[in-house]
Ligand binder design. Structure first.
Ligand SMILES: Nc1nc2c(ncn2[C@@H]2O[C@H](COP(=O)(O)OP(=O)(O)OP(=O)(O)O)[C@@H](O)[C@H]2O)c(=O)[nH]1
Ligand SMILES: *[C@@H]1O[C@H](CO)[C@@H](O)[C@H](O)[C@H]1NC(C)=O
Ligand SMILES: *[C@@H]1O[C@H](CO)[C@@H](O)[C@H](O)[C@H]1NC(C)=O
Ligand SMILES: [Mg+2]
Length: 354
């Protein structure tokens, strides 16, 4: 079945090919200078909390096999993203970019792509690129072969599953990001299409947001098996830390018909941010109560490695559980952006300081 271009394959992500009824292809899915002087500063100037210093980074999870599309994406960052400071561009990888000649070659190609070897401003951009290696190992407690584990999405196992676990949980605790206030994630297949009329980090910081996004879709039930029950159990055991917040939320919805057993929870999709672009204020995801939830997820490795729970729905669930959505999240408008299978409703670009 051909899926129309505005509909993702199951939405958020790549998965196994199943022509699951359209009903369930629910449609489209489509930080820090932990400011070292924060306390001191606010002591002296209590009315300028939004002026506290911050640091930022643009991050990718890179693969040498996708170097061409990564170069396109980086070129779009170079021309279209106006940033107050030349923040680092961190390319996380799992070993394929480890050798210096490979890195040098990639950076030379980047300079060639964005301008020409003698252009100093192109050097400035490529000088900001860093390579950071991740060690991905299958966790204890699950079979380490595909045959024994029998994952729902075998064709992408285990790389894609590692990616989901990385972006859902581990990213917040990565040592390179320890002193980064905000990260902006791009995927190798993410592209900016036109100039943006503001610096998105400045918007996040000025408005004191914890999570910035472009749109919301959902992941199909085939890749969220067991997730609703996992959430329900966690919420039931954390009435004060989590249930109170969800009860008060205008955006959180438990699946209809699930309480009386009319509907099998495994047949219901879970919403998710299109987080192939996102801005995250890291320290907000390191608060003890969030950490406890993330740790709970890690303690159930089948979630990521067998059932292929995605980082997109988990980002949605985590922000819903712990943030005040109206106060803490920002839909970043006016970003002309492309990622395969995501449908984004356009909203106009409004400069931060018109
Ligand atoms: N190093 C590495 N990176 C990966 C792997 N799988 C995915 N990624 C990266 O993780 C990011 C998300 O992967 P995508 O394949 O674009 O995921 P997706 O957007 O959900 O699925 P698509 O619909 O295929 O685009 C991209 O930057 C990928 O390059 C992997 O096995 N190894
Ligand atoms: C150098 O590159 C920048 C952007 O990458 C471009 O705007 C500028 O025109 C280039 N200058 C020259 C002399 O090529
Ligand atoms: C949340 O709402 C449900 C349903 O109205 C109620 O049973 C539950 O006690 C509430 N939980 C808290 C912690 O207020
Ligand atoms: Mg992608």
């Amino acid at each position: 079945m051909a899926i129309p271009s505005y509909a993702p394959r199951y939405a958020l992500a790549r998965t196994v090919v199943v022509s699951f009824s359209l009903l369930f292809i629910s449609f489209t899915l489509l930080f820090s200078c932990r400011p070292p002087f924060k306390t001191t500063l606010s002591k002296f100037s209590p009315f300028t909390t939004s002026q506290t210093p911050y640091t930022a980074a643009i991050i990718y999870l890179a693969r040498l096999s996708h170097a061409d599309e990564l170069l396109e994406s980086l070129a779009s960052v170079n021309v279209y993203l106006p940033l107050r400071d030349p923040w680092p561009i961190i390319l996380f990888h799992t070993g394929d970019f480890d050798d210096t000649p490979v890195q040098d070659d990639f950076l030379a190609r980047l300079r060639e792509k964005i301008g020409g070897a003698s252009n100093r401003s192109d050097w400035d951009f490529s000088d900001r690129v860093e390579f950071v290696k991740l060690d991905w190992e299958l966790p204890e407690g699950i079979p380490h072969t595909k045959e024994e584990l029998n994952p729902v999405s075998p064709s992408s196992w285990p790389g894609y599953h590692h990616m989901c676990a990385f972006y859902s949980t581990k990213i917040f605790f990565n040592p390179r990001l320890q002193d980064v206030t905000y990260y902006l994630r791009m995927d190798t297949d993410s592209l900016f299409l036109e100039p943006l009329c503001y610096d998105p980090f400045e918007v996040m910081h000025t408005r004191q947001r914890s999570y910035g996004y472009l749109g919301v879709g959902n992941d199909a039930p085939i890749v969220t098996k067991g997730l609703w029950r996992f959430i329900r159990n966690y919420v039931d055991s954390h009435p004060r830390e989590v249930e109170l917040q969800l009860n008060a939320s205008k955006t959180w919805k438990w699946p209809i018909g699930s309480t009386n057993g009319d509907v099998d929870l495994d047949d219901l999709s879970v919403s998710g941010y299109y987080n192939n672009f996102e801005i995250v204020k890291l320290e907000e995801f390191r608060k003890p109560e969030v950490k406890e939830w993330l740790y709970h997820l890690i303690q159930y490795p089948e979630g990521f490695y067998k059932w292929r729970w995605g980082d997109a729905p988990l980002r949605w669930v985590t922000t819903q559980m712990f943030f005040n959505i109206e106060r803490d999240t920002e839909r970043l408008c006016g970003i002309r952006y492309y990622h395969p299978y995501n449908y984004l409703e356009h909203c106009d670009c409004v400069p931060l300081h018109p």
